[in-house]
Design a protein around this ligand. Structure first.
Ligand code: FAD
Length: 563
């Protein structure tokens, strides 16, 4: 058989398996739709979703959201099909072979709990198709061969199509990340240092802080739109070197810029956006309070009207980069009527000096005070996340986003940045996964056990393939959703990718650490940093449960009720 004939045969086999995987996933999707319809009925009163019933059926909602993320990923990957390299196609199939049985088990649990007939699922479980997919796309020999190919490529997998400008930016930022960020990343993490100016200044010059700010305001987003794939590419490249000291710098201006674009006055946009794009001042976002995080409607930090502005009193917590930042976007309760919930919130811009280090105490001339103290954390070090305390702190009327017209709109303006924040967080997860996978491949090549390099053992290669399949799934999806967002959609999909990518980052960094054995647990191994850094991804930018329940499941159930 000639090489060309062998390649054609392999391609035919792959197309065959892809068709089989698609048909299986379609059958699982049908069972999923049945479960969504049933859960919607369980959670509805008079044809509308009911809060108390949604709480009663939280487990069903949560499981449906996670099932939706897997389903979305498997379908998305299989849709890309033959348009990728043979290695990427193999990884896509390997992901489907992992996702299908996991989905089946999850759906079975949902069906049982919702009192649905499991016959359709039983037929899938007992059928030959699932067994064939598992054997031919996810069997140990297949995975070991894929793992070897991934190691051969040094982790350069999951090629995504991006335009020339994005590819150039990605290459430039990867070089910067390797040459400038990576050598500093370990010290910043282990000594809990503040991200230094030698890193921030070149990033300012490279336009990192203006990625979501339109060109007309000094940023690089195209007029009248966004370039979300570019934002993901830059985030991913920087996060590969350091989640905390590089990749996450983009999140804050992303959220604040979108709030200003959505609700700022013309003068506020003209004043703030060019400065934010230039990274002077740096900014931070203060939403979370000691007594309220996920439940934004319960935020309490009080703004009291005074001549020419507002006096802030109360506490915020977890405000990342609050020390170094020169401006904080503070979600403030400007209407004392607590029954208004999220409609009583506004966004105030608090200007302050920039401080290095872990604590600051800023006093205004009129007697106002803002004190901050960094919370010691497992990882995600460099920007520091602060407890903040405001006392009689004056903010002028001009610093309310939207001025008088912005009062009461704080919740909506914050949400304007959340889709971008979520997809950007997926980009952060991709960078961490990539770093962990590359480190695991390198270590497995260098480390000898039982007289052979660790990579020579099939179990190691299978682990590498499993990590790579997850990474590939998340990467393909993140860019697909990024493109959709730029076309005006992708709202729920951004949450699905965030759920999947952040969970996957935990799994991938766990396996990468495991491959390092004892060295993985040593602070001196970068992989231990990836592991602790990855853990935070499912907590912020929409905690996993909140996203699953309040965004994904709610959207699914609402749509089911409309159908
Ligand atoms: C390192 C780090 C950096 C951060 N940076 C920032 C920042 O810059 N700015 C900022 O404002 N915040 C920031 N946060 C805060 C983060 O956004 C919150 O931690 C997050 O929103 C969750 O809020 P919480 O911690 O109050 O948890 P809670 O809301 O108290 O929730 C606790 C747990 O319960 C789950 N849960 C919530 N509601 C429900 C429900 N109805 N049913 C079942 N389970 C539920 C949550 O998912 C979570 O697992 C940061 C957090 C960390 C750890």
């Amino acid at each position: 058989m000639t090489m060309a004939t062998a390649n054609q045969e392999r391609a035919r086999d792959r197309a065959d398996l892809e068709a089989l995987a698609r048909s299986l996933i379609d059958r699982l999707a049908a069972a999923f739709e049945t479960a969504v319809a049933r859960t919607a009925a369980l959670c509805a009163r008079d044809g509308k979703l009911d809060g108390a019933l949604l709480d009663t059926h939280q487990w069903l909602c949560y499981e449906l959201a996670l099932a939706n993320a897997d389903l979305f990923a498997a379908r998305g990957l299989l849709a890309i099909g033959g348009n990728v390299s043979p290695l990427d196609a193999g990884l896509g199939l390997a992901f489907a072979a992992q996702a299908a049985p996991a989905l089946l088990e999850r759906l079975e649990g949902i069906h049982v709990a919702a009192g649905l007939d499991t016959a359709a699922l039983d037929a899938i479980a007992g059928g030959a198709e699932l067994r064939r997919l598992r054997r031919e796309a996810g069997g140990p020999d297949v995975l070991a061969a894929l793992g070897a190919a991934v190691a051969e490529s040094s982790g350069e997998i999951a090629d995504v199509r991006v335009d020339e400008a994005t590819a150039l930016a990605r290459d430039g930022f990867r070089r910067f990340a390797a040459d400038v960020v990576a050598p500093l990343a370990e010290a910043i993490h282990r000594e809990d240092l503040t991200v230094p100016e030698i890193l921030l200044q070149p990033l300012r010059e490279m336009g990192v802080f203006g990625l979501s700010i339109p060109e007309a305001y000094g940023g690089s987003a195209p007029a009248g739109g966004d370039n979300t794939p570019m934002m993901i590419a830059v985030t991913e490249a920087l996060s590969e070197a350091s989640l905390a000291a590089a990749g996450s710098l983009i999140t804050r201006p992303e959220i604040l810029a979108r709030a200003l674009l959505a609700g700022g006055t013309a003068a506020q946009k003209a004043d703030w956006l060019p400065r934010l794009a230039a990274g002077e001042p740096l900014c931070a976002i203060a939403i979370t309070e000691p007594d309220a995080g996920s439940d934004v409607a319960s935020l309490k930090l009080r703004g009291t009207k005074t001549a020419g502005g507002w006096l802030l009193d109360g506490a915020k917590t977890w405000c990342t980069f609050a020390g170094k930042a020169g401006v904080l976007m503070v979600v403030t309760r400007t209407d004392p009527d607590r029954s208004l919930g999220h409609r009583g919130l506004s966004l105030l811009l608090v200007e302050k000096p920039s401080y290095e280090g872990h604590a600051f105490d800023y006093r205004q001339e009129g007697g106002g005070r803002l004190a901050g103290r960094a919370i010691p954390t497992l990882g995600y070090r460099g920007m520091h996340s602060f407890d903040l305390n405001f006392e009689n702190f004056f903010v002028p009327d001009s610093h309310v986003i939207g001025e008088a017209g912005g009062l009461g709109k704080g919740f909506y303006l914050t949400m304007a940045g959340m889709v971008g924040g979520r997809i950007q967080t997926s980009g952060r997860a991709l960078g961490v996964m990539k770093a962990a996978m590359t480190a695991a491949i390198r270590y497995a090549r260098d480390r000898r056990v039982f007289d052979a390099p660790l990579i020579d053992f099939p179990l190691t290669r299978i682990k590498i393939a499993t990590m790579a399949a997850r990474f590939a799934a998340c990467r393909q999806l993140a860019y697909a959703v990024a493109r959709e967002i730029d076309l005006g959609g992708g709202r729920m999909e951004a949450s699905l990718v965030k759920l999947l990518a952040c969970r996957s980052a935990e799994m991938v960094t766990r396996e990468a650490l495991q491959i390092h054995g004892g060295m993985g647990y040593a602070e001196e191994s970068a992989v231990s940093r990836y592991f602790v850094d990855a853990r935070v991804l499912s907590i912020f930018e929409g905690a996993e449960e909140t996203l699953a329940l309040k965004v994904v499941a709610k959207t699914l159930l609402e749509e089911a009720l409309k159908a």
